[in-house]
Design a protein around this ligand. Structure first.
Ligand code: ADP
Ligand code: MG
Ligand code: MG
Length: 869
């Protein structure tokens, strides 16, 4: 079995073996792009290495020597040769991109001899020694874990001593001295030596990259992104090209489209006279790519052509790394670029418009969870106008967030654990900060650009982020930050606007605003291919309006009891419930009916011709009654009876197990006048709206908690009679349906009998799950965490449909129901109606619609369409 392949040597290898970086380097080589030569050590080698007890690379030795030899032939240089030294980078590359999570070493192959060779070969000793000191620094960090700041401190000390600002102001003599200082740091850190043997350098570097697969920040990243920890990383060994060389040299990162907004056109940053690390690490603030057009127009055009070629080839937005060495352009990496949710939607639509991809491909690239990202919060405009602005940086990732400022990841985490909302404020972030970034409301940095570590990671997490705030100084020692002249201590509250890049003092109120996006376009494509419709559960006019704005095609659940909780309404309700005589109850019901008519008219007029499913009263009556004595006394006075009498009547209604008690349709068996009032309110409202707005209204009247065919038949007959009497008396006509929720397991088992009289079914998955498991929904919190910890319950069944159990009952009900009525309309309402993971199951079930809360409608439309791909 081979572990090592030269770039493009074997066409059949994929990301799984070569890692994403290696596979794309190979592909770019095949496309004839200017990629420095190199080879890839496969992920299998990494797995082999990590699995072996001693962790050694002996098994690679022969192949490695051969691969190096071939590279030497190709490049006309030799590893360790003092005249013509070959320098390489050793780069990690996992099958799934994990930007910056693992390690890379540049300039490998330099030692005390070869550095002289490089100096002579390039005629630039300063450059050669700069490379050497960079190697010693990176090698120490990656191989021996000698922290970067230790080297940085030595560098800063030297610059201070020489009274210079920039690295480039140091002299050759300074660099040589720095190299000796660095070597000393190895010894000080634990008796290490910087290896003069280049073979040893290479072996240790490869091992270090293998090991970096297991480092804590890589593990955290994998956990957050559900990446398989068993895959391992590939290692790429590649000839160095030098952006820190003299003449026209530099390095940069660019996207083929703007990763924050999706806007087409090259977007990126570069630094002249720098090695790649300098851009990514955010140590110097780079220039926007547009400047390159003015600075090096030929190279800019060349790069643009390559960028277009790569995007066309991969049919998606690319994130590329490039280096210019003495006027010669090289591409060092390309990958499908990470992007914000709004950018993802815009890019998907633009690529369809440009004919690059088709609609199903566009739909398949979007995630239902991204839609929350489109509904990112904004600060209220009026509050923003009055707020004290601290400063402005680059808007790296959208959102609006408020929190207490912390200057290191650990402190931020502690504060978060103590329940505080935090904003992580740093000069720059590095991959070590990942744990602190995850829990932050927002991330702010003073250095770095739109492609800095902070920006990339925040966009990936959908976290609000502002970078490159030039006027921000973080004083880690004093634990304070200087915001354009204002000093804020750790723990001070600021607000961060990721849309504009502005920072404000104190907390600003937020509003949720839907951005102008291409969401609507994508969702309309979704509706065309979705196997079922998406309706909404809504009852207030506000919710109903939102549901239709988000594209709901009907209302699957209007819960009438929610209409009885307003202050003046609850009193009528209580009066109705506590009435002992039918006549008293009728008086209260008449008042409630008026209120219901007001509500239903609003809903029907907003719904226009869309179906509206109205569920009749469902909860146990006890839920409406006052529990405290003050309210009870008020009620007693209002009803003109004694407090003792009120208490007695309330106690009368108490139940041991109310959710399995006197509720739902059972109420109507005892008090038919309640449902009779409700259906008349529905019918009168529907007729009124038809007359006023001239559109048809077809109410779907839904009975909750039906468990037997006799209940269904009895109530249907009763309500039909009530409605028909009214219609005849008033010489009116109306089409309506009377159906049922299917939420009791027994109803599923006898669905064929129930379907004989039910006009439609709608699965009430909350109760159905509760009764199928025998789990009280309200008490599940006491034991579900233990179940999950023991691995007994993979997902919370009220959030994620239990396809094996609850799903099997649903299948039975669909099959039996349609046995009786082949065209029976069937929907799913309840929490899991919007569960994206259940959509393929619903497709196979053959239902007509799912119904979920208004804010979940857009993501359900996307997920429904994806179930069909
Ligand atoms: P990461 O996965 O963290 O981006 P990379 O392997 O891409 O790590 O390396 C980091 C940087 O090092 C890159 O941005 C690139 O500019 C630079 N680099 C890597 N290999 C070479 C090379 N052969 N020549 C010049 N620069 C390189
Ligand atoms: Mg890279
Ligand atoms: Mg229910």
């Amino acid at each position: 079995m081979n572990y090592i392949y030269a770039f493009a040597e074997d066409q059949t290898l994929t990301n799984q073996e070569l890692g994403g970086k290696g596979a794309n380097l190979a592909e770019m080589t095949r496309l004839g792009l200017p990629v420095p030569a190199g080879f890839t050590i496969t992920t299998a080698a990494c797995r082999q290495y990590l699995a072996s007890a001693k962790q050694e690379t002996g098994f690679l030795e022969d192949e490695l020597m051969k691969a190096v030899h071939i590279l030497e032939e190709k490049t006309q240089r030799q590893l360790g040769n003092a005249e013509q030294p070959l320098l390489v980078s050793v780069r990690s590359g996992a099958p799934i991109s994990m930007p910056g999570m693992m390690d890379t070493i540049l300039n490998l192959g330099l030692n005390d001899q070869t550095v002289i060779g490089l100096a002579e070969m390039t005629n630039d000793p300063w450059f050669a020694y700069d490379c050497y000191r960079r190697l010693i620094q990176m090698f120490g960090d990656v191989v021996y874990g000698i922290d970067k700041p230790i080297f940085e401190a030595a560098l800063t000390a030297l610059k201070n001593k020489r009274q210079v600002q920039k690295d480039t102001d140091l002299t050759l003599v300074d660099l040589k001295q720095l190299i000796e200082t660095y070597k000393g740091l190895y010894v000080a850190a634990g008796q290490y030596q910087f290896p003069q043997s280049v073979d040893q350098q290479l072996r240790l570097a490869i091992e270090a990259v293998f090991k970096s697969w297991q480092n804590p920040r890589a593990q955290t990243y994998r956990r957050l992104n559900q990446i398989d920890g068993a895959m391992g990383t590939a290692v790429n060994v590649q000839q160095m090209v030098f952006g820190n060389y003299q003449g026209q040299s530099g390095t940069g990162v660019a996207f083929t489209r703007n990763p924050a907004t999706g806007e087409p056109g090259l977007f990126g940053e570069y630094l002249l006279n720098a090695q790649g690390e300098d851009v990514v690490a955010g140590i110097r603030t780079p220039e926007p790519i547009a400047t390159l057009k003015a600075q090096l127009p030929v190279i800019y055009e060349q790069f643009k052509t390559i960028a277009n070629q790569l995007e066309a080839h991969y049919r998606d937005m690319q994130d590329m790394e490039f280096t210019i060495e003495a006027g010669q352009l090289y591409v060092l990496q390309t990958r499908v670029g990470k992007r914000t949710a709004p950018a993802a939607f815009r890019i998907a639509v633009d690529l369809v418009d440009e004919g690059v991809i088709d609609r199903p491909t566009a739909i398949s690239r979007l995630k239902p969870t991204m839609i929350d990202g489109l509904l990112h919060p904004l600060f209220e405009t009026s509050a923003v106008q009055q707020a004290t602005q601290l400063l402005t940086g680059l808007p790296a990732s959208p959102g609006a967030a408020t929190g207490a400022i912390y200057f290191d990841a650990q402190k931020a985490q502690q504060a978060h654990e103590a329940g505080e909302k935090v904003v992580l404020v740093r000069q720059e972030t590095s991959p070590e900060d990942i744990d602190g970034m995850v829990i932050s409301e927002a991330i702010v940095t003073s250095r770095g650009g739109m492609t800095s570590h902070a920006a990339v990671v925040a966009r990936g997490m959908g976290c609000c982020c502002v970078v490159g705030c030039q006027q921000l100084q973080v004083d880690y020692e004093q634990r304070e930050a200087h915001f354009a002249g204002r000093v804020l201590k750790e723990g001070a509250i600021i607000s961060v606007d990721g849309h504009t890049g502005r920072l404000y003092l104190g907390a600003l109120p937020q509003q949720t605003g839907v951005h102008e996006t291409t969401l609507g376009t994508v969702l309309s494509w979704c509706d065309e291919i979705a196997p079922f419709a998406v309706w909404a559960n809504a009852e207030t006019p506000q919710e109903v309006a939102t549901a239709f704005e988000f594209g709901a095609q009907g209302l699957g659940l209007v819960r009438t009891e929610h209409m009885f909780f307003g202050p003046e309404r609850i009193f009528k309700m209580r009066q109705m419930i506590l009435a002992t005589e039918l006549a008293d109850r009728q008086v209260a019901l008449a008042a409630l009916k008026k209120l219901q008519i007001t509500d239903f008219k609003q809903i029907f007029s907003l719904a226009e011709e869309r179906p509206c499913t109205i569920r009749l009263l469902d909860p146990p009556l006890h839920e409406f009654l006052p529990q405290n004595e003050v309210e009870q006394a008020e009620l007693a006075t209002a009803l003109g009876i004694s407090l003792a009498e009120i208490k007695r009547r309330i106690a009368d209604k108490a139940e041991v197990n109310p959710m399995l008690g006197h509720r739902g349709s059972r109420l109507a068996v005892t008090y038919p006048e309640i449902y009779q009032m409700q259906v008349l309110a529905i019918v009168e409202s529907a007729l009124a709206v038809q007359t006023t707005y001239h559109h048809a209204v077809t109410p779907k009247i839904m009975l909750p908690l039906i468990g037997t065919a006799t209940e269904m038949a009895y109530l249907k007959q009763l309500l039909q009679q009530t409605i028909n009497d009214y219609l005849v008396e008033n010489q009116q006509q109306l089409t309506y349906q009377i159906g049922t929720m299917i939420e009791i397991p027994r109803a599923c088992l006898v669905a064929d009998q129930i379907a004989a009289t039910a006009d439609f079914f709608s699965f009430g998955t909350n109760d159905l799950t509760q009764m199928t498991y025998g789990f009280s929904r309200d008490d599940i919190g006491h034991f579900m965490p233990d179940y999950q910890q023991q691995g007994l319950m993979p997902a919370e069944p009220f959030q994620t449909l239990d396809q094996d159990g609850v799903g099997a009952l649903m299948q039975l009900a669909v099959q039996k129901g349609r046995q009786t009525k082949p065209d029976l309309s069937i929907g799913v309402c309840g929490e899991v109606g919007g569960d994206p993971t259940a959509m393929p199951f619903y497709r196979d079930l053959g239902i007509d619609y799912v119904s979920c809360s208004p804010y979940r409608v857009p993501s359900a439309r996307l997920a429904a369409a994806q179930s069909q791909l």
